[in-house]
Design a binder for this molecule. Structure first.
Ligand code: KG4
Ligand code: ZN
Length: 323
């Protein structure tokens, strides 16, 4: 059994999976409510909460899996990228568990983890494929050739990530945090053609979402409080559809350039219902509960990594960003 831990942002998560990718337990404790009043994640608050939650979440995962620490053969943990203080909580916990049992430890890259959400049972998606990774921190088009090698980055965002655009847009609309799911819900009641909110046209396979956010800001500024109340769903629908259009267009373009029809989508934004519907029917979509941050995907990635043997991981460091 593989025990996975994920604490890179505001989810404290632990999972137990088997070597062949069956999920035995997948516990996620979201801190969203804790950060909602600030309109975004406060790093120091997140670290402290991870510290309180990591042990109970881990115990719950083992309980759900009907397992004990003695059943664990490999410990997997997100080493980065993410909030450094938050990552350190997971890394320290993972080291302690692995060291006490002389187990190997896999230091997993969070983005590799998102991709590896596709390799879990019951319907694993084997590479090669063109992968759109869209989360709160990243928006990338990746050429994934196999499970073990680092994917080649074909395009990335020049400014905001897609999920960040959702979160910032939601804030401008007076919706809660995190904003993606809120906009997704409200957009169903609105007209996506009501507002012309263009996404900046960037050459090649890169993205840019910061101009869109400014367009929304100006549209909102023109409205009185009453008008905003009436038009909020239309604004949400128009805003969402602009983000989705950009993601789908570039994903198609990248697939064409790669000469593949196999597209896969992972990350928090992959949960978006309009995005899921707008992609070609053959697109492999990460299962909904595995789109947003979780530890099952981290344990999954560990299966295709080179774990560090006892006790060499004691000096392992977390990293905030990929250089
Ligand atoms: O992958 P994830 O959980 O964390 C990061 O690695 O960043 O992604 C979180 C992001 C947030 O920005 C959130 O607003 C967005 O995913 N998100 C969504 C939806 N659910 C979550 N965006 C659009 N539609 C959704 N249904
Ligand atoms: Zn993530």
């Amino acid at each position: 059994m593989i025990l996975g831990l994920e604490t890179s942002c505001d989810e404290t998560a632990a999972a137990v999976i088997t070597e062949d990718g069956q999920i035995l337990a997948n516990v996620i404790s979201s801190q969203a409510d804790l950060h909602a009043r600030y309109g975004g994640v406060v790093p120091e608050v997140a670290s402290r909460r991870h510290l309180e939650l990591v042990t109970p979440v881990l115990q719950e995962a083992l309980r759900d899996a009907g397992a004990e620490l003695d059943d664990v053969e490999l410990v997997a943990v997100t080493a980065g990228p993410g909030l450094i203080g938050a990552l350190l909580v997971g890394v320290a916990a993972a080291k302690a568990i692995a060291w006490a049992r002389r187990l190997p430890l896999a230091a997993v890259d969070h983005l590799q983890g998102h991709i590896a959400s596709l390799y879990l049972q019951p319907e694993p998606v084997p590479p090669p494929f063109l992968c759109l990774l869209a989360s709160g921190g990243h928006t990338m088009l990746l050429d994934v050739q196999d499970r073990a090698t680092k994917a080649q980055v074909l395009g990335t965002t020049l400014d905001d990530a897609a999920g960040e655009a959702f979160d910032k847009g939601a804030r401008l609309l007076g919706l809660g945090y995190p904003g993606g799911a809120e906009i997704d819900r409200l957009a169903r009641e609105g007209d996506p053609a009501a507002y012309d909110l263009p996404v900046a046209r960037v050459p090649g396979l890169d993205f840019s979402f910061s101009g869109l956010k400014t367009a929304l800001l100006y549209a909102v500024k023109e409205l009185s409080a009453d008008e905003l109340e009436r038009r909020r769903a239309d604004l949400a629908a128009s805003y969402q559809s602009a983000i989705v259009r950009a993601l789908v267009e570039k994903a198609r373009q990248a697939a064409d350039e790669l000469g593949t029809s196999r597209i896969a989508v992972v990350g928090g934004v992959a949960a978006n219902s309009e995005l899921r519907a707008a992609l070609p029917p053959s697109t492999a979509l990460a299962p909904l509960p595995l789109c947003t941050d979780n530890a099952a995907m981290i344990a999954s990635a560990a299966r295709f990594s080179d774990p560090i043997q006892y006790p060499r991981y004691l000096g392992l460091d977390a990293y905030a960003s990929t250089a």
